[in-house]
Design a protein around this ligand. Structure first.
Ligand SMILES: Cc1cc2nc3c(=O)[nH]c(=O)nc-3n(C[C@H](O)[C@H](O)[C@H](O)COP(=O)(O)OP(=O)(O)OC[C@H]3O[C@@H](n4cnc5c(N)ncnc54)[C@H](O)[C@@H]3O)c2cc1C
Ligand SMILES: *[C@@H]1O[C@H](CO)[C@@H](O)[C@H](O)[C@H]1NC(C)=O
Ligand SMILES: *[C@@H]1O[C@H](CO)[C@@H](O)[C@H](O)[C@H]1NC(C)=O
Ligand SMILES: *[C@@H]1O[C@H](CO)[C@@H](O)[C@H](O)[C@H]1NC(C)=O
Ligand SMILES: *[C@@H]1O[C@H](CO)[C@@H](O)[C@H](O)[C@H]1NC(C)=O
Ligand SMILES: *[C@@H]1O[C@H](CO)[C@@H](O)[C@H](O)[C@H]1NC(C)=O
Ligand SMILES: *[C@@H]1O[C@H](CO)[C@@H](O)[C@H](O)[C@H]1NC(C)=O
Length: 572
């Protein structure tokens, strides 16, 4: 069946329909629509209303009022999340290989040039059709349709993905955004498990986003581990790929905490996966990656009690680049101790934000003294110096004060590269100095930023329950290098941006083993199977073949992906 649909697909390509089989009749679409309660929609690039002209097959029309809303919302991740036709890192709505796009400028959203003639709104990689998924039956209908027609399927949740895994040219998308339910059960028992397995759990619809989950946890006096940005999905790609957050050092990654998934597998079975049933699938979903083993409708994550947190923050002026090397030296000197003390956090070249549930305020201020002393020493010549040591009553308070408005850039193009940096790199004078050198070299080669993310599960042992690389457990940092360029910059430059960021990370690759975070990785990560999954790849592939024998679900650098598939024709 797989071979057959592939041949059909290629035939349509040669007939001049580069974006997929054109041989789906209007009747077939109509029947699909009827079978999903009328929730089949056309996918329209978010900036379409701003364009006077559009390419063949692009639905929608020019509309001044809607265009004004797009210009106002551009770059606001909470606005993008509501729009099916928006991708947070906008190149994934474009077809990079053919330069077909439909964007405005992220740097100046009121600039009319990108949407004025001769520019034309092109469909790019935005799926031309999508189903607003509400239940398992919607997914089952889509799977059947894809099998019959050869139209490729993608799963889109928030569209935050950095590797284009939630879009594909000519595809039918399953949009999970409207699966927004949240509930708390203080003694959640995974289905099929004995009552003795009861644990506090939050069950989240697949579309749930972090800001809502944090607020929900706060209202219930509990703590849930989440990522750092308001609108990333916590029950979709984030958790299946690993899912790190400020409290992961002591509470674990998203994959460590998940108690159950409800999922429709590619053959159409609606299954519950937990530690008592479909355990192979459960293991694969705990790190094997989104968009690969099925379509998750909901997941349940462990809830911890509300906890008091110690926060340390130190910053100097962004322009004081001379201070960065000394700053890195202090960080590298002290970070193993801080990791042992439960600190998680986010480090930019000019600031560090740390949080721990394990210390009291005296202990926190004392252990952070080297950091505070260093930054304070800059104060005579740097008016931007800030030091803060404070106690907060909950993760919700920390999120609101330090993360909710962090303004992670969206609405631009982004190219990432990552490396998990193990404790071994911090363990001798020579290795520390090599690490500082490599960080400085990487920083010199990134066009946007280098973030050292101290969100590794350093105090959470590997029990074999997850399929992410074992390297997470011994890592002190997940270092993320990011290149950014304006949405409206000519697409021809994109290949160079990917190559550039990859070369920047090479300085860190040279001194560390192959280990990276699949959700924030270089799209051309060398040896990605080992880097993302360590020793687990062979077993993941076996499970993939068991649950998806026809390879219906496929995405870039995902388990079992075939790089020659036409669905990847837009990658550069
Ligand atoms: C601004 C920003 C901040 C970020 N911060 C963090 C952070 O703090 N911590 C962290 O770990 N990561 C972070 N990330 C990375 C994030 O984990 C990935 O972007 C992740 O892919 C997002 O998943 P999603 O479901 O929200 O996005 P989408 O782009 O919609 O989906 C991502 C992938 O998951 C699949 N998928 C989504 N939903 C489902 C489902 N229900 N069933 C099956 N497959 C599904 C998609 O097919 C795709 O392959 C951040 C990303 C951005 C852009
Ligand atoms: C699907 O049906 C609904 C309700 O009849 C309709 O509003 C919608 O436009 C249809 N979708 C497509 C893609 O034709
Ligand atoms: C943005 O574009 C508008 C319209 O072309 C122009 O008037 C304005 O000066 C630009 N703003 C910036 C900051 O470049
Ligand atoms: C919580 O889960 C238990 C065990 O499955 C169940 O008996 C109980 O009804 C649930 N409580 C709520 C409030 O849903
Ligand atoms: C950085 O150091 C150089 C050389 O020591 C000096 O010339 C320059 O003024 C410094 N810049 C800042 C911002 O301190
Ligand atoms: C913090 O803990 C230490 C013991 O490690 C104790 O001596 C000290 O009194 C505590 N401080 C506060 C503010 O609780
Ligand atoms: C330090 O790291 C090196 C390289 O990985 C390793 O061989 C050595 O055992 C480590 N030493 C300590 C004390 O951890």
């Amino acid at each position: 069946m797989f071979v057959f649909t592939s041949i059909l697909f290629w035939a349509s390509v040669t007939l001049g329909h580069p974006y997929g089989p054109a041989d789906v009749s209007p009747e077939q679409w109509k029947a699909l629509n009827a079978s999903v309660g009328g929730r089949l929609n056309v996918g329209i690039p978010v900036a379409r209303p701003c364009f006077t002209e559009a390419g063949t097959g692009v639905a929608g029309s020019t509309n001044a009022i809607e265009c004004a809303a797009v210009r106002q919302g551009w770059g606001n991740s909470l606005f993008f999340v509501e729009q099916f036709g928006a991708y947070q890192n906008v190149q994934w709505g474009s077809c990079q290989a053919t330069t077909q796009t439909c964007v405005i400028s992220g740097a100046n959203t009121s600039d009319p040039a990108p949407s004025n003639p001769p520019n034309v709104c092109q469909q790019g990689s935005v799926p031309p059709h999508y189903i607003d998924v509400r239940d398992a039956s919607d997914v089952q209908k889509a799977l059947k349709f894809s099998k019959q027609t050869g139209v490729p399927l993608v799963v889109k949740n928030t569209g935050h993905d950095y590797k284009g895994r939630s879009s594909a040219p000519g595809s039918l998308a399953l949009w999970t955004h409207n699966l927004q339910s949240l509930s708390y059960n203080a003694s959640f028992v995974p289905a099929g498990c004995p009552a003795s397995h009861a644990k506090p759990g939050v069950t989240m619809g697949a579309g749930s986003i972090i800001t809502n989950i944090v607020a929900f946890a706060e209202a219930n006096d509990i703590t849930v581990v989440t990522g750092a940005e308001t609108s990333v999905g916590a029950s979709g790609g984030w958790v299946m790929g690993g899912g790190h957050g400020a409290l992961s050092n002591t509470l674990g990654l998203g994959v460590d905490r998940v108690l159950e998934f409800k999922i429709v597998t590619p053959t159409g079975a609606f299954l519950t996966a937990n530690e008592c049933q479909n355990t192979d699938l459960f293991w694969a979903l705990r790190g094997g990656g989104g968009g690969t083993f099925g379509v998750v409708l909901e997941s349940t994550t462990l809830a911890s009690p509300k906890m008091t947190l110690q926060v340390a923050f130190a910053a100097f002026s962004r322009t004081n680049t001379n201070a960065t090397r000394g700053f890195y030296e202090v960080l590298v000197e002290n970070s193993v101790r801080w990791a042992e003390q439960g600190f998680g956090g986010y480090i930019e070249p000019f600031q560090a934000l740390y949080v721990t549930p394990k210390l009291n305020s005296t202990e926190s201020a004392a252990t952070m003294k080297p950091l505070f002393d260093y930054v304070t020493s800059l104060a005579p010549t740097d008016p931007g110096v800030q030091i803060l040591s404070t106690e907060l009553p909950s993760y919700g308070a920390f999120f609101q004060n330090f993360l909710a408005n962090s303004g992670a850039p969206v609405g631009e193009n982004a190219a990432l590269g990552t490396r998990l940096i193990p404790a071994a790199n911090f363990n001798s004078t020579a290795s520390r100095s090599a690490l500082v050198d490599a960080l400085m070299q990487t920083l010199a080669h990134v066009t946007f930023d280098l973030t050292l993310i101290a969100t590794t599960p350093y105090n959470v042992p590997d029990t074999g329950a997850t399929s992410v690389t074992e390297a997470w457990r011994t890592a002190i940092w997940h270092a993320v290098a990011e290149g950014g360029w304006d949405a409206s910059v000519p697409i021809a430059d994109e290949k160079a941006a990917y190559t550039g960021i990859s070369q920047a990370v090479d300085f860190l690759r040279a001194i560390t083993p192959d280990a990276a975070y699949q959700n924030e990785a270089d799209i051309h990560e060398p040896n990605h199977e080992v880097s993302f999954w360590g020793t687990h790849y062979a077993r993941l592939l076996q499970i993939k073949k068991k649950y998806d024998p026809d390879n219906v679900l496929s995405c870039w650098h995902c388990v079992g992906y075939d790089p020659s598939s036409p669905r990847f024709s837009c990658y550069v």
